[in-house]
Design a protein. Sequence first.
Length: 94
Amino acid sequence: MDIQKEREDFEKLWTDGNGHFKFFKFDQDDCKYRLNGVTDNLPKEDLLSASITLNTAWLFWLCAKKRAVPEGFCLVEKKNTEDWYLDDCEGMWW
């Protein structure tokens, strides 16, 4: 899995849904978002809640992607598979 590509896709989806990263930076070593020091006078509890929400969404994103296509498999469009394993005598397509 290309973490950088996944991160770009996740961040686009997050910002398209009116999310932002004003208070966060991505930590490459830990593969999660950390507070960047910007607070805009928000209480610590709000910043902590935002951090938990963002990192939970990121974790769910990665887990869903991993389960969608397990290692060693690939997705192929249906239109490209209909003739792969069929012989006329098998009678599988009517």
